[in-house]
Write a protein that binds this ligand. Structure first.
Ligand code: SF4
Length: 363
């Protein structure tokens, strides 16, 4: 970290999430306060930021290695010249637009929806699945559009589980978020409200006591966040997760498997074990989608399967997340086939250490 950039900022400002939002990094010059951008990074910021926004919170920038462009934190948010070459990349690989009964509501399963209430994030991840919409004004939800979506939910009794996502719902003020929660809680068939947010990772100061006091009035509320690398597990991030947990909100983690960020058994295991120590459950790891400008991030699925196979038996079972491929038909688990199937009167399995076991299997 470039210490001089942090030293010029008071602790009060630094820990104020609104100060962080106001002072986000948007240019090569501003990034120079934190790291020494390579010529290629500088060129990519200038020429590619129009394709997908370049915005970073000072907090997240402070986690970057100032000298190393291969830093896994830096790779996630600083544009890379490789984004230009991606013949297979699609704007909407999950066909989410076709699954939207009303603006910004995505329905793939009968009983649950992703409700993209906000198109803004604290920063923009270069591999974002929703890069077609985040930070783009056309996808902003006006209050009347939120009302249309709420009406649709109210008139669709099968919907029992609503994921508030975006963008990032915690970029909303407490007041705006509470308005939404009150409206959802007026709908009797909505049993569960989930928040999908990266702010505990990218701007942990957003998780204030007043936010948690407000959220706990609308239980059951669950929250999934998005840590990708052990370096993101800072004391500030741990404090944010602890505050949510103490408000009775179960916190899970969803990562994306990213080349050069977390594509090794060692890094993934460290990440998951440290999450568990913070009482955050590693829930899903997503295979990176065929998303435009992200070829350099993709890892072959076989490599991903091997990472999670290698974690089995070497760490606590609940520290191993489910590796999944998201498709327009929903999520598909990408498991190593430990269960080999029936052979005569036995069911044959492979244990974590490679031993083959035959379990007598009733007919
Ligand atoms: S925080 Fe989430 S929604 Fe926002 S840019 Fe990153 S991946 Fe996309």
């Amino acid at each position: 970290m470039n210490k001089s950039a942090r030293e010029g900022i008071s602790d009060v400002d630094w820990r104020d999430w609104r100060w962080q939002m106001r002072n986000r990094i948007r240019t090569v010059e501003a990034l120079r306060d934190w790291v020494d951008p390579t010529q290629e990074e500088a060129k990519a910021i200038t020429e590619l930021a129009q394709r997908f926004h370049f915005v970073i919170t000072p907090y997240f920038a402070s986690l970057m290695d100032a000298e190393n462009p291969d830093c896994p934190i830096r790779k996630q948010v600083v544009p890379n010249w490789a984004e230009r070459f991606d013949p297979a990349g699609l704007a909407d690989p999950l066909d989410e637009v076709a699954h939207s009964p009303v603006k910004n509501v995505i329905r793939v399963y009968p009983d649950r929806i992703a409700f993209c209430v906000n198109n803004e994030c604290a920063l923009y991840c270069r591999y974002c699945l929703r890069k077609r919409m985040v930070g783009d004004e056309d996808w902003t939800m006006q209050k009347r559009e939120l009302e249309v979506a709420l009406d649709w939910i109210a008139k669709t009794p099968e919907i029992r589980d609503v994921l508030l996502t975006g963008g990032d719902p915690l970029v909303f003020s407490d007041r705006k978020l509470e308005w939404l929660l009150i409206r959802l809680r007026e709908i009797p068939h909505v049993e569960l409200i989930r928040l999908g947010t990266r702010l505990p990772v990218t701007l942990p100061f957003r998780v204030t006591d007043s936010l948690c006091r407000m959220l706990k009035k609308y239980h059951p509320i669950w929250l999934n966040t998005h840590f990708n690398h052990p370096s993101e597990l800072t004391p500030e991030a741990a404090e944010a997760c602890d505050r949510l947990l103490r408000a009775g909100i179960p916190v899970g983690n969803q990562s994306v498997l990213l080349r050069g960020v977390n594509d090794s058994t060692e890094i993934m295991q460290t990440l998951c074990e440290k999450l568990v120590r913070m009482r955050v459950r590693p829930y899903y790891v997503y295979q990176a989608q065929l998303l435009e400008g992200t070829q350099h991030f993709r890892v072959p699925i076989e490599e991903g399967i091997t990472i999670f196979k290698e974690m089995r038996g070497r760490t606590s079972g609940f520290a191993i997340p489910q590796y999944v491929l998201d498709t327009p038909h929903g999520k598909v688990p990408l498991d190593y086939p430990f269960a080999k199937g029936r052979e005569g009167d036995d069911f044959v399995v492979e244990a974590w250490d490679g031993a083959i076991w035959r379990e007598p299997n009733p007919r």
